[in-house]
Design a protein around this ligand. Structure first.
Ligand code: PPS
Length: 295
């Protein structure tokens, strides 16, 4: 683990045209040597789309719903975040080396930066997509509290940067579309955050089927209960409060902030919404992906 004194808000660094957090950009090269194991499972999302929620669900599935086992470590140690690097905290690759099989892996990378081996070896993927308006509001709050990001500026300028793909991980539009298309030639379960909110049990059953696993009904109910927003928010092993305060400041905004569909209405102005909708219609034209903006 390296020690770097100044880790405050460095500017994003483009990698193959995709802006990334500076330290994550430095991880992309070494990550390309990743050797997947046959039973690895990749959780892929654009940021703020329900990654942590799905990670907790999967860890519970992998441990047969045994709570004590899922409390063994914080979520970012149980589910290594591949491109993660941060001074003073073990990197994603370092964490991965310590992780026994069967492994759960997390990434937000677009396909152009994903280690090729994950695609070539057909590593199973669970992709979660969330409507762009809730993503950008969640992302703005996250940028404010997670100090590895540059200063987000005003909400209005952040919204425009998001629409222009000038935030960390680049374009939401391209991300959700390219992973959607990948389902034609890769084993992917493509899920939606809004569906998980509407009926988590139904979505967990889809996950079980995709994994070829089964669990007793009462265990599935237990997983639904313990991965609820309320339970995860109060669980230090899933709420990121174990990360040093100078990296994530929960006083600015908690990591588990609101956990609902449609919260964007509390932040978007009418004018911003109209501007966003017009751009959205153009950018998503011809794509058969349909999102729900509220429940
Ligand atoms: S990250 O940093 O990209 O990995 O963030 P990610 O985990 O993908 O997304 C964080 C948002 O997901 C919400 N969340 C949940 N919603 C409902 N139920 C559960 N259990 C849950 N766990 C996390 C979290 O609150 C963030 O959304 P916002 O809208 O900011 O509340």
């Amino acid at each position: 683990m390296e020690l770097i004194e100044d880790k405050s808000r460095p500017p994003l660094v483009p990698v193959k045209g995709v802006p990334l957090i500076k330290y994550f950009a430095e991880a992309i090269g070494p990550l390309q040597n990743l050797t997947p194991l046959p039973d690895d499972l990749l959780i892929s999302t654009y940021p703020k789309s329900g990654t942590t929620w799905m990670s907790e669900i999967l860890d519970m599935i992998y441990h047969g719903g045994k709570l004590e086992k899922c409390r063994r470590a914080p979520i970012y140690q149980r589910v290594p975040f591949l491109e993660f690097r941060c001074p003073g905290v073990p990197s994603g690759l370092e964490t991965l080396e310590e992780t026994p099989a069967p492994r759960l892996l997390k990434t937000h990378l677009p396909l152009s930066l994903l280690p090729r081996s994950l695609l070539d070896q057909k590593v199973k993927v669970i992709y979660i997509a969330r409507n762009a308006k809730d993503v950008v509001v969640s992302y703005y709050n996250f940028y404010n509290m997670a100090k590895l990001h540059p200063d987000p500026g005003t909400w209005d300028s952040f919204l425009q940067n998001f629409m222009d793909g000038k935030v960390s991980y680049g374009s939401w539009y391209q991300h959700v579309k390219e992973w959607w298309e990948l389902r034609h030639n890769h084993p992917i379960l493509y899920l939606f955050y809004e569906d998980m909110k509407e009926n988590p049990k139904r979505e967990i059953k889809k996950v079980l089927e995709f994994l070829g696993r089964s669990l007793p009904e009462e265990t599935v109910d237990l997983i639904v209960h313990h991965t609820s927003f309320k339970k995860m928010k109060e669980n230090p092993m899933s709420n990121y409060t174990t990360i040093p305060n100078d990296v994530m400041d929960h006083g600015v905004s908690p990591f588990l902030r609101k956990g609902i569909a449609g919260d964007w209405k509390n932040t978007f102005t009418v004018a911003q919404n109209e501007h966003f909708d017009a751009h959205y219609a153009k950018t998503m034209a011809g794509c058969d992906l349909k999102f729900r903006w509220e429940l």
